[in-house]
Design a binder for this molecule. Structure first.
Ligand SMILES: *Cc1c(COP(=O)(O)O)cnc(C)c1O
Length: 391
């Protein structure tokens, strides 16, 4: 099915599905071959060439979701991130990135680029003026992530894309936190959109995958490097990911709604010091978020009042699980200091504004009331336990 003028849920359900011509089954057949004929065929297929039937079909769906000409699926979000970044850079080139980045991306840059002779600059405030000032004659790529992990800062996508275009710089965005349901950066002028499909696309905390969506021209170098690096995804997982994406629209919309209500609840709670959620009018970039997102997403962070032990709070939650990853249908929390940003030095974390007691909250699809109740009982438990140990 073509994606022209189809709504998000219809794209999720139908675009790119493979027809079962033999048995007329309702879902895409799964082709697990790693070996295909090379004679008398238009495409020489091989999983690491990213062109098996299931890979190509799902790529169509992802391209449609991101309003892109084409897309590719990777074995992980980091395979997508690293391949897309390295595809446009060579020795002597320079890349500008916002400092507020997914921990793995930050490590990729700081641990690997030097050995390829690629220079990089992080901009502390992801503001368009700061970006423009950091541009050098050798700058080839700018890389942003919005909303960011874990403080949900918002970068002005249109402004970054516009400045990049003016200077002939390729713009890349990590669109994982928003998902294609809430944000379509290509419509705002961005060249290349990257996803950790492990998150909202997979949505059930059981698939590791990545995706890139862009024009055919921008995909060419990404595809050439991808074949060399070999970060493709098993067709079985591609097939599972197709199934997951069918419900992405309704899942994410439910998560948006839940997150908005919970953010408001937390903001008005006397034991909560601070809430970071772009859907709150008190978020410093709420208006900007409104201007570039269709929904504010299921991710937020918050800090308890200083007197309350954040780690004890997380242990006291019963329904909400403490978990490393995010974006599943189940609500989870984590401490960025102990997990996603553990590899950064305390100094780096402070620079990014990540306090030790910060709690990142991935809101699931449970009933809002049950989540509220769980938070209330955990706060009460922390107070009770802390009272007990005080002299
Ligand atoms: C998880 C994540 C990644 C990395 O994806 P993996 O699938 O774990 O490799 C990149 N960016 C963001 C924003 C993420 O949340």
């Amino acid at each position: 099915m073509s994606s022209e003028k189809k709504g998000i849920n219809t794209i999720c359900t139908h675009v790119g599905e493979l027809e079962d011509k033999t048995y007329k089954g309702a879902v895409s057949p799964l082709y697990m071959s790693t070996s295909y004929a090379f004679e008398g065929v238009d495409i020489k297929r091989y999983p690491r060439y990213f062109n098996t039937p299931n890979q190509m079909a799902l790529s169509q769906k992802i391209a449609a979701l991101e309003h892109a000409e084409t897309a590719m699926i990777f074995g992980s979000g980091m395979a997508a991130v690293s391949t897309a970044i390295l595809a446009f850079l060579q020795a002597g080139d320079h890349i500008i990135l916002q400092r507020m980045l997914y921990g793995g991306t930050y490590s990729l840059i700081t641990e690997q680029l030097n050995k390829f002779g690629i220079e990089y600059s992080f901009i502390d405030e992801s503001r368009p003026e700061t970006f423009e000032k950091a541009i050098r004659p050798t700058t080839r790529v700018v890389y942003i992530e919005t909303p960011s992990n874990p403080l949900l800062t918002i970068t002005d996508i249109r402004a970054f894309a516009r400045i990049a275009k003016r200077h002939g710089i390729i713009s890349l965005i990590d669109n994982t936190f928003a998902s294609p349901v809430n944000q379509n950066p290509i419509d705002l002028g961005i060249d290349v959109v990257i996803h950790s499909a492990t998150k909202y696309m997979g949505g059930h905390s059981d698939i590791l995958a990545g995706a890139v969506a862009c024009s055919k021209a921008h995909m060419e170098p990404i595809f050439q490097l991808a074949k060399n690096l070999g970060g493709s995804l098993s067709d079985y997982t591609v097939w599972l990911l197709e199934r997951s994406i069918k419900t992405m629209g309704i899942r994410v919309k439910a998560q948006n709604e839940n997150a908005q209500k919970l953010a408001e609840f937390l903001e008005n709670h006397s034991d909560i010091a601070r809430v970071y959620y772009p859907g709150l009018p008190t978020h410093p970039d709420h208006e900007l978020a409104k201007s570039q997102m269709h929904g504010f997403g299921g991710m937020m962070s918050f800090e308890l009042n200083e007197a309350l032990d954040a780690s004890l709070f997380q242990k006291s939650l019963k329904l909400i699980k403490s978990s490393m990853s995010l974006a599943g249908v189940e609500s989870t929390v984590l401490s960025p200091t102990q997990t996603s940003h553990a590899l950064l030095s305390a100094e780096e974390r402070a620079k990014q504004g990540i306090k030790d007691g910060l709690i990142r909250f991935s809101v699931g699809i449970e009933e809002t009331e049950d989540l509220v109740q769980d938070i209330e009982q955990a706060v009460a438990e922390v107070k009770k336990r802390q009272m007990a140990v005080q002299p």
